[in-house]
Design a protein around this ligand. Structure first.
Ligand code: CO
Length: 218
């Protein structure tokens, strides 16, 4: 166990020196400021590392991860991340990235008690409830599981879109755009769910009492 712990520092030294050889100014430039265009909201799963799977460097993605990539309106953690990303970093894109085979989503589909995690997974069970009809028509567990992963991404995107920070910035600047992705851990590929951002805004408008100028930017 201590071997893999020590390995981390050895690998870090190698990585830092390679980066410096590739670009001698890499760390000095990064130390001055960060200017990421993306906020990535993903799952904590160790197989879904934001920078690795998008082949991006430090400085290119602002990242928030939690179990099953949930964006709960009452979660101070994710809300402050979104606020900072939108208002200070002025990110152009916000991505909610789920992944097939997500343990959090799978746990939410089962009858079992997981302590504190139960409360968190209620966010996923809410998604199940909203899309109950569609899911009830899917017979195979694997297909249902995959679909719930996608629907969860979609619902969490909606939670991002309806934050005041996102709505205000979007109506003023035309960004950030919100995207739903699903990562396939079995082959390393990303799928864009191609959510219809203007249509989602249109649907939210009546229920959440959004002003007309938000839709003017579409
Ligand atoms: Co997961």
């Amino acid at each position: 166990m201590s071997d893999s712990y020590d390995d981390i520092f050895e690998k870090n030294r190698k990585w830092a020196s390679i980066k410096k050889i590739e670009d001698p100014e890499f760390f000095t430039n990064l130390a001055k400021q960060q200017n990421p265009e993306f906020l990535f909201i993903g799952c904590s799963d160790s197989r879904v590392p934001a920078n690795t799977l998008t082949s991006t460097n430090p400085g290119e993605m602002f990242v928030h991860r939690n179990i099953a990539n949930v964006v709960a309106n009452t979660d101070m953690n994710v809300m402050t991340v979104i606020q900072y990303a939108v208002q200070e970093l002025k990110v152009k894109h916000i991505v909610v990235c789920g992944h097939y085979g997500c343990g959090g989503v799978q746990a939410a589909m089962k009858k079992q008690s997981l302590g504190l995690l139960d409360k968190w997974l209620k966010n996923i069970r809410d998604v199940y409830r909203i899309h109950r009809e569609e899911l009830a028509n899917i017979k195979k567990f694997k297909d249902k599981f995959d679909r719930l992963v996608e629907l969860n991404v979609e619902e969490q995107c909606i939670n991002v879109i309806k934050t005041n920070f996102v709505l205000d910035s979007y109506s003023e600047n035309g960004y950030p755009k919100v995207h739903g992705w699903v990562y396939d851990i079995s082959n390393g590929t990303l799928k864009d769910l191609k959510l219809d951002f203007p249509k989602i805004l249109e649907n939210l408008k009546e229920i959440y009492h959004l002003s007309d100028n938000i839709l003017a930017k579409k």
